[in-house]
Design a protein around this ligand. Structure first.
Ligand SMILES: Nc1nc2c(ncn2[C@@H]2O[C@H](COP(=O)(O)OP(=O)(O)OP(=O)(O)O)[C@@H](O)[C@H]2O)c(=O)[nH]1
Ligand SMILES: [Mg+2]
Length: 507
């Protein structure tokens, strides 16, 4: 059952530079609509490599790589229980209850990628089949003993479990294997913490980490029973709580206060985002959101479609901050295209909660490009995991266009199966550009038509309307006359209404 994985990954060879970790992080704005990146049609063609900007961002990220899980402000709290993730040499363990051995292996392979993304070197992985995880030690007693031997012989310093463990399970398993034990949720939270760059992203991750931490303060359960026991035995009593308990109480209060503060800040940041979104709404620019499983190639596709220079990395959760770009269909209709945080199976609910406002971008879109990695061992599982998250964030009713990406690397047999399962899908390669023209056409079909032809002369003081025609419509002819700007254009119905009073007779 044991599996050994190679550990030659480049992720383990990154430079750690914790001293510089906060430099320049606040300089990056949240979800900015980059208005100077207005892009012309046909950007999907040609064979441009990943733009330099993305590479630079990548270099920056690595220079800023940090190791610890929680922000410095809470260092004293982390002493209490939070297993600050200084992952170095790890062993993986998964318990599988349903599905096939292949499914279990895929899941563990994903855990390996997650661990490497977090900066760990994976020494060994194992799975155990059980009707359900052991309530005390997650794996069975016997397996736990075996794990201790593996940990000893490999010299691992951490065991990572492929699930969410109760605080009790973490502790009891730790007692057996004698090294730090962390679960999948903590691992994903740590990756998010490493990758968050915007103020909003960092606040969201911190909130998620704190809500994970709260029920796991060491001794929380113990201290209560000790207190009760003390009273029953008559040797304690009111006012005689141990210093440890007081500390935990204080920490709990501080965490609660910090969480309340973060929620307030996030609400404010969310309002700023709403204003931006409303502006787009008023201007009737349709919004297209790129969503999908982590590492599916969402950012690559955005780059391919717009030349946006967004960070692309063969690592999970490379993108955390939504990037919004303006784009145009080949016939000139403008729309916004946004890249979003990737999904993963069993996305920790603390993260879904904390990232709700970011994920709402997806729920609010007019069209979702659901990107699926067709070269992945189990693309169908990706499809259903992502749709599950769509349900959680209220995006299940948004029009969805399934995009099978990485066809250059995919197995033709698998592609055929996928095509049968999702007949209304598009197949592309963000890497080679194959199928991108078809994708642009499909997006174009799905967006509202510019169905109104207008001929107007707009007085010079109505520069606002002139720019709206430029932004939202397609211009056939434009001329500057003595009376103002003369325009012949195709525009959306709403804008046509506003232009009516400036109409000039044809001829
Ligand atoms: N072979 C092949 N690889 C691709 C293609 N598109 C993307 N990739 C690779 O897949 C990896 C992930 O790409 P990203 O664009 O960062 O994926 P993402 O979905 O934005 O990932 P996260 O932001 O981490 O969720 C990178 O190594 C890309 O080079 C493709 O069409 N073919
Ligand atoms: Mg990305």
């Amino acid at each position: 059952m044991n599996k050994t994985y190679d550990h030659g990954s480049d992720h383990t060879a990154r430079t750690h530079a914790p001293d510089t970790m906060d430099a320049g992080r606040d300089a990056i704005a949240v979800g900015d609509l980059d208005t100077d990146a207005l892009l012309a049609s046909g950007t999907g063609h040609g064979d441009a490599a990943v733009p330099d900007q993305g590479e630079m961002e990548l270099a920056d990220r690595h220079a800023l790589r940090r190791v610890a899980g929680l922000s410095t402000e809470l260092t004293d709290v982390t002493e209490v229980e939070y297993r600050s993730l200084r992952l170095e040499r790890v062993v993986l363990i998964g318990v599988w209850t349903t599905g096939t051995q292949a499914d279990a292996d895929n899941s563990l392979m994903e855990l390996k990628q997650l661990a490497e993304t977090a900066g760990a070197m994976v020494l060994e992985g194992a799975t155990q089949r059980r009707p359900k995880p052991d309530p005390a030690t997650y794996v069975g007693r016997g397996k736990a003993g075996e794990l201790r031997d593996i940990v000893e012989s490999t010299g691992a310093d951490t065991l990572i479990c492929d699930g969410e463990l109760t605080p009790g399970q973490l502790r009891q398993l730790e007692d057996v294997v004698k090294v730090k034990v962390i679960d999948r949720t903590a691992l994903i939270l740590d990756i998010f913490a490493q990758h968050a760059r915007s103020r909003e992203g960092k606040a969201q991750v911190e909130l998620a980490q704190l809500s994970y931490l709260l029920p796991r303060l060491r001794g929380w359960g113990d201290s209560l029973s000790r207190q009760a026991g003390g009273r029953a035995g008559g040797n304690g009593g009111v006012g005689l709580r141990g210093p440890g308990e007081t500390k935990i109480e204080t920490d709990r209060r501080r965490i609660n206060a910090k969480m309340a503060k973060l929620r307030r800040q996030l609400t404010q940041m969310g309002m700023a985002r709403d204003v931006k979104r409303d502006k787009r709404r008023v201007r009737q620019v349709p919004a297209v959101a790129i969503a999908g499983y982590t590492n599916a190639g969402k950012s690559s596709l955005l780059n391919r479609l717009t030349g946006a220079g967004v960070l692309v990395e063969n690592a999970l959760f490379a993108t955390l901050d939504p990037t919004v770009r303006q784009a145009r269909t080949p016939d000139g209709r403008s729309f916004t295209l946004s890249d979003t945080v990737g999904f993963v199976r069993h996305l920790p609910h603390q993260l879904v909660e904390a990232f709700r406002s970011t994920l709402e971008e997806v729920a609010d879109a007019d069209l979702i490009l659901h990107v699926v990695d067709a070269s992945h061992p189990d693309p169908e599982q990706q499809l259903s995991s992502v749709r599950e998250v769509f349900g959680e964030i209220g995006a299940q009713n948004v029009a969805e266009l399934v995009v099978f990406n990485k066809v250059d690397a995919a197995d033709p047999v698998v592609l055929k199966q996928l095509r049968t399962r999702e007949p209304r899908s598009v197949e592309v390669s963000a890497r080679t550009g194959e199928g991108v023209a078809e994708l642009i056409a499909a997006v174009s079909d799905a967006l509202p038509e510019l169905d109104r032809e207008v001929r107007v002369v707009l007085p010079y003081e109505r520069g606002d309307l002139v720019s709206r025609v430029h932004e939202e419509g397609r211009i056939v002819a434009e001329q500057h006359t003595g009376d103002g700007t003369s325009l012949h254009a195709y525009v959306p119905a709403l804008l046509a209404g506003k232009l009516e009073e400036f109409a000039v007779p044809v001829g």
